[in-house]
Ligand binder design. Structure first.
Ligand SMILES: Cc1ncc(COP(=O)(O)O)c(C=O)c1O
Length: 370
């Protein structure tokens, strides 16, 4: 094992290989609900913008086109009620994952620093901490830090993997706690447009942050909302000084979003029609799949938002690998909750990102009709 890979947690998906083989052996094929990768067409509005921008001989800038930063400010204001943000508080990202994994290094964190993230979380927060040798603390409780003050605290509402939405009073409490201690709060909001029940607020909404982005960053992605994962379009916005620092570092690293992708991001942020259309597609799949899982004896917890059903047979039921195994036997591949933290040991995460035909196949199998 190399020096870098030895520092990182095991790449979890490798552990799913034998279950994928079992699922693939199903006579009517695998229904792969293990990863949240969009499968529906990239919207026309994005394709057109990309095609119109293919002539791009010069280097893009790290800071991005002025139109990109403006599109982000306008979108956050128009769709998510974020007021008072300027374009110099925004940076484009080459998809949000690269940023999540490298933010601790941009900030110069290292051994001796503490990085907090949710008890059940997207694994890249831990990867970012591991890469710089910082102490990673997976917790939903601010008191769990004890006398230690984290340098960086990640939150993720709506959550991957649980689909849970943090209520406004909880978000306000976290903002206050971070500001009192000088902790940088980074809110991964890549599922903010994927809410099925209730409402989800950005941490930059004035009801949460009091109208100031001080001490706060939000990270967004167009991958899920716009079926654009292959274009790699995301952004970070928030605290002016931190954004300026990130820009200074990213410039040196050549972290530039390709110009055609920037044009596509401007186009999708300016259009809500394709988002609504895609949302309804997922809603129909979610309704069917949820009913079939419940009919087959599973319980769905949280899952009021995001693209997953957080599924269990209870704390005394099978563990997450046994659940993966029983679903793989029906040709349905899902992700074990254990990938996301010890609190997921009796859950699986079931993605809604499959075609209608594949979701129908899963529903038929779960209902004993296939
Ligand atoms: C919580 C969360 N954050 C960030 C990402 C990364 O998305 P992208 O790199 O496509 O922007 C994902 C992808 O699944 C995610 O679930």
């Amino acid at each position: 094992m190399g020096a870098v890979s030895g520092r990182l947690p095991d790449f979890p998906w490798d552990k799913l290989t034998s279950f994928a083989e079992t699922a693939r052996a199903h006579p009517e094929g695998i229904v792969d609900l293990s990863i949240g990768t969009p499968v529906d067409a990239t919207p026309e509005v994005a394709r057109r913008a990309l095609a119109d921008a293919v002539d791009a001989p010069g280097y893009p800038t790290t800071v991005g086109l002025p139109e990109v930063r403006q599109a982000v400010v306008d979108w956050l204001a128009g769709v998510h009620g974020v007021t008072g943000l300027d374009t110099d508080q925004v940076l484009p990202l080459i998809g949000s994952k690269e940023f999540i994994a490298t933010l601790p290094s941009y900030l110069g964190l290292g051994p001796g620093d503490v990085i907090g993230y949710p008890a059940l979380a997207y694994p890249t927060y831990e990867v970012g901490a591991a890469l710089v040798g910082a102490k990673a603390v997976a917790t939903d409780s601010l008191t769990a830090f004890g006398p230690e003050t984290p340098a960086l605290l990640w939150i993720n509402s709506p959550s991957n993997p649980t689909g849970r939405v943090l209520p406004p009073e909880h978000l306000r409490k976290v903002v206050d706690w971070c500001r009192e201690r000088g902790v940088l709060l980074v809110s991964d909001e890549c599922y903010l447009d994927c809410v099925w029940e209730g409402e989800a607020l950005s941490v930059l909404h004035p009801d949460i942050c009091g109208g100031s982005a001080d001490g706060i960053l939000v990270v967004h992605s167009t991958s899920k909302r716009s079926n654009l994962a292959g274009y790699r379009c995301g952004f970070v916005a928030g605290d002016r000084a931190v954004v300026a620092e990130l820009l200074a570092v990213r410039k040196n690293l050549g972290m530039m979003m390709p110009t055609p992708a920037q044009r596509a991001m401007v186009a999708v942020l300016g259009d809500e029609a394709h988002v609504k259309e895609q949302h309804e597609r997922y809603r129909a799949r979610r309704t069917k799949l949820r009913a079939a899982l419940e009919g087959a004896g599973y319980t769905i917890e949280h899952s009021e938002a995001a693209l997953y059903l957080w599924t269990t047979k209870g704390p005394d039921g099978p563990d997450s690998w046994a659940l993966v195994s029983e679903l793989a036997a029906q040709g349905i591949l899902v992700a074990p909750g254990a990938f996301y933290g010890a609190a997921g040991n009796h859950h699986v995460r079931i993605a809604l990102t499959a075609s209608d035909e594949r979701i129908d196949a899963a529903v038929a199998r779960l209902s004993g009709q296939a």
